[in-house]
Design a binder for this molecule. Structure first.
Ligand SMILES: *[C@@H]1O[C@H](CO)[C@@H](O)[C@H](O)[C@H]1NC(C)=O
Ligand SMILES: *[C@@H]1O[C@H](CO)[C@@H](O)[C@H](O)[C@H]1NC(C)=O
Ligand SMILES: *[C@@H]1O[C@H](CO)[C@@H](O)[C@H](O)[C@H]1NC(C)=O
Length: 598
């Protein structure tokens, strides 16, 4: 085969895939702008959010901390210490951390290039004198970093100011407070990392507790062409260091692996990690990763926590030739046992696994042409007692998509537009016990109950075909399954579910008097997302008394049934997505032609 033919063939297959990879628009859009949101008194350029136990929100900004309980907004001034940086650009105290630290509500900030922390004492904030407070906040507000608090153990990726004033170029993940020794990762561990998240995975045997660190970093391996790779690192939480004299204070168990997200069958990969959610639910412990590709399209992949552990237990180390080490690199030993020097040397010199972390089923959970930035995952027990997982995905401007994971794929059930003002999303957190989502942008904060069913309240069919396991039909309304006895509420999550006694006329309320052929041009229904110009054609045949309803260009394929009470007429119609199908067929035909021509 001639090389150019091969290239043409690949291109053709590639475009076929792009075109046939439909944009998965939400079935329903629910613009509740302002209904659940409140604006901040002032725009905050880099807001830091903390959701406290009592369900109130703290929002840190430039020398200020807001406390909002969704009724009153209080504020506290958190000024910088007297300083000598006048004239420099960040000569103020920018809050970069708010949270519970050593049992105190603590705020840390840049403090005019002299990072520090303050703890709440009554109505005041008092400066803390922890020697490691300077590693709790960066020098300027936009520096990417990661802080992990696990009980009274504190970890940070920020370095101490060196005595000669030269800032360190290399980044380390280090324990800055807690049980000694205070270890840090080796020289070769991180290459210009950008941190996404860190979590603690607790095991029954505490010695096996792990820290997982998710980040992207420069690629220097020749195995793949990507400039940046998405990585997961694993460390034993009880690591006591190495017996080696020079590596006594280096994490002796830290290893890392490349994270893959994509579809092996179609060869579509999403290299850039955006967000991580650790689902610890009734259906298992699973890491969900949100990834994007260079076109800013998104994919979600899931990884079993056991698979991650097994990978670190079984893979060889990339570039390592040693086999008989006695103790495998990455083995968690009971403290105060230190890792033998031979083993830790291998881990420190060759920290990357040969094998890559592939997602469950070697495929994505979902792919979409939207550019999502944040993700959480919730679980809900539906009326049929099955437990469903809901992916909640948010775009940069804070629009939220509720995507339901089903056996054979996903349904993008709902888009909620919570914010009034245009702002950038900085915060999204789920309180899974109450199923309430908290969001924050540079301008607003919002609280969205995930079991809100108002968007599907048009009719019974609307409600049950929504595909939303949170919602069911009861007493003539679409309501939350959390507020009703599950056996009483009617729910059928299938596309073709019908309501026997549903007498609501879709789009047609109050038009029962249609007597002649007429074409109604409608305003797009706010709850059905329509592309282009939706048209509704209503025909009434005066001889046999039938009503025919046609809707063109609806983005929600499926069958609609409507009945008219007055005339006892019934109309059935279906909308199919012919446009995309034709495109796909056309490209496939050209691919086949190309093959014949060779
Ligand atoms: C802080 O609260 C005080 C008193 O309620 C109010 O007068 C002031 O405008 C607030 N400041 C900001 C920046 O919101
Ligand atoms: C993807 O998003 C980033 C960040 O918003 C933007 O800078 C970039 O131009 C986008 N790329 C494409 C191909 O749209
Ligand atoms: C996933 O792909 C990897 C690499 O091709 C392969 O080693 C592994 O066996 C596959 N796993 C499954 C479940 O198909």
């Amino acid at each position: 085969m001639k090389p150019y033919i091969l290239i043409l063939l690949r291109l053709s297959v590639f475009f076929t895939m792009i075109l046939c990879n439909k944009r998965m628009d939400p079935r329903v859009t629910h613009p509740v702008r302002g209904h659940w949101s409140s604006s901040l008194p002032k725009q905050v350029a880099n807001p830091i959010f903390y959701q406290s136990e009592d369900h109130s929100l703290f929002i840190g900004g430039e020398e200020i901390l807001y406390h909002y309980n969704f009724e009153i907004m209080k504020n506290y001034t958190i000024g910088a210490d007297p300083n000598i940086c006048q004239g420099k650009p960040y000569c103020k105290n920018y809050v970069t951390f708010v949270g519970q630290l050593l049992e105190k509500l603590t705020v840390c900030g840049t403090n005019a290039y002299n990072p520090g922390c303050w703890a709440m004492a009554g109505e005041q904030f008092e400066k803390l004198s922890y020697p490691w407070a300077e590693q709790m906040a960066p020098l300027t507000p936009e520096i990417n970093h990661n802080i992990l608090i696990a009980g009274d153990q504190v970890y940070s990726t920020l370095s101490r100011k060196s005595n000669n004033g030269v800032s360190m170029m290399k980044t380390f993940f280090r324990k800055i407070h807690g049980k000694t020794p205070l270890l840090y990762t080796g020289d070769k561990f991180l290459r210009q990392p950008k941190f996404v998240k860190s979590i603690v995975v607790e095991k029954e045997d505490k010695i096996q507790d792990k820290i997982l660190l998710f980040f992207s970093e420069d690629n220097i391996e020749s195995r793949t062409l990507e400039k940046r790779l998405s990585m997961v690192a694993q460390l034993c939480k009880e690591d006591s260091g190495s017996t080696g004299v020079n590596t006594r204070y280096v994490f002796s168990t830290a290893l890392k692996a490349r994270m893959m997200c994509g579809n092996q069958l179609s060869g579509q990969y999403y290299p850039h990690l955006q967000d991580i959610y650790f689902l610890q639910g009734k259906t298992g412990n699973v890491i969900y990763g949100l990834f994007t590709n260079s076109w800013n399209h998104s994919a979600v992949c899931s990884y079993d926590i056991e698979d991650i552990e097994n990978l670190f237990k079984s893979s060889s180390l990339w570039g390592s030739s040693k086999k008989d080490l006695g103790i495998r690199p990455g083995t968690c030993l009971p403290p105060p046992t230190k890792t033998p020097e031979q083993t830790s040397e291998e881990a420190i010199n060759h920290p990357e696994l040969t094998e890559w972390l592939w997602p469950l089923k070697n495929s994505t959970v979902m792919q979409n042409l939207y550019y999502y930035r944040k993700m959480v995952v919730d679980e809900i027990t539906a009326a049929n007692e099955n437990i469903y997982r809901i992916l909640v995905l948010a775009t940069d401007d804070g629009n939220v998509h509720k995507v339901v994971e089903l056996e054979d794929g996903v349904v993008n059930a709902l888009e909620v537009i919570p914010f009034n003002l245009e702002g950038k999303l900085h915060f999204m957190e789920l309180k899974s016990n109450t199923h309430v989502l908290y969001l924050g942008t540079t301008h607003e904060v919002a609280r969205l109950p995930l079991d809100d069913c108002d968007a599907y309240n048009k009719s019974c069919t609307d409600c049950i075909q929504s595909g939303d396991p949170f919602c069911g039909w009861i007493n003539g309304k679409c309501e939350s399954v959390l507020n009703h006895n599950r056996s009483m509420i009617y729910q059928n999550l299938s596309e073709n579910a019908t309501c026997e006694h549903d007498s609501t006329i879709l789009f047609l309320k109050g038009n029962g008097d249609a007597s002649t052929n007429k074409e109604l041009s409608t305003t797009p229904d706010s709850t059905i997302r329509n592309k282009g110009d939706p048209k509704m054609i209503l025909k009434h045949d005066p001889i046999d008394g039938t009503l025919e309803l046609k809707i063109t260009k609806v983005m929600y394929p499926g069958e609609y049934k409507c009945t008219s009470k007055e005339k006892e007429a019934e109309c059935l119609f279906s909308v199919t997505d012919t446009g995309t199908t034709i495109q796909c067929i056309w490209i496939l035909v050209s691919t086949v032609l190309l093959l014949i021509l060779m």
